[in-house]
Design a protein around this ligand. Structure first.
Ligand SMILES: [Zn+2]
Length: 178
């Protein structure tokens, strides 16, 4: 979201030079910058001890393709807490561990999706009303369930091919070289 008017007082914003950020919309009455906003969400590849991944189908998203568990972060929540909450809400499974994989900008929806791998014991699902069906799918069979190239597809591809761990190592190396 890009602001034209101040969401607090309704005044038309002006552009103001702010540090290295360039010209930013600014409310002269409230004396605050109004940064562009996007929604932060998590997307989760939830895997079990049998090398299977939980994929769900939601009629309002697609009649044909499956998707990963995903949801919007709530204020005050860590991304890891959002992952555990969304997995519990959507498929009724308790996660045992959560590993950050990679972030995916989803510009069409003005969203930043934080991709995670979660581990859980193979269990029966208890589906939320938002989820039409869910299944544990073997890693080697998972990609064709998803829309090719979608964020879910990219995340599952990274998780089942172990690129998650490689990616994390790369970033660690980068961080330590600064
Ligand atoms: Zn204002």
């Amino acid at each position: 979201m890009r602001f034209r008017y101040c969401p607090y007082c309704g005044q038309l914003l002006v552009k103001k030079e702010i540090g290295d950020e360039g010209q930013i919309p600014f409310c002269t009455k409230c004396s605050i910058p109004l940064w562009d906003l996007f929604t932060t969400a998590v997307i989760v590849a939830c895997v079990n001890e049998c090398s299977e991944i939980a994929l769900i189908r939601q009629g309002y998203v697609s009649e044909t393709n499956h998707v990963c568990i995903a949801g919007i972060m709530k204020p005050g929540e860590s991304a890891e807490e959002t992952v555990a909450r969304e997995v519990k809400e959507e498929i009724g499974v308790d996660v045992k561990s959560v590993t950050y994989i990679k972030s995916y900008p989803f510009e069409k929806k003005e969203m930043l999706m934080l991709g995670f791998k979660a581990t859980a014991s193979k269990a029966e699902f208890k589906l939320s009303g938002e989820v039409d069906s869910a299944q544990w799918v073997k890693f080697e069979d998972a990609l064709p369930f998803l829309k090719a190239g979608s964020i879910a597809w990219q995340l599952v591809d990274a998780v089942i091919h172990g690129e998650a761990e490689k990616g994390a190592a790369q970033w660690n190396n980068l961080a330590s070289s600064f």
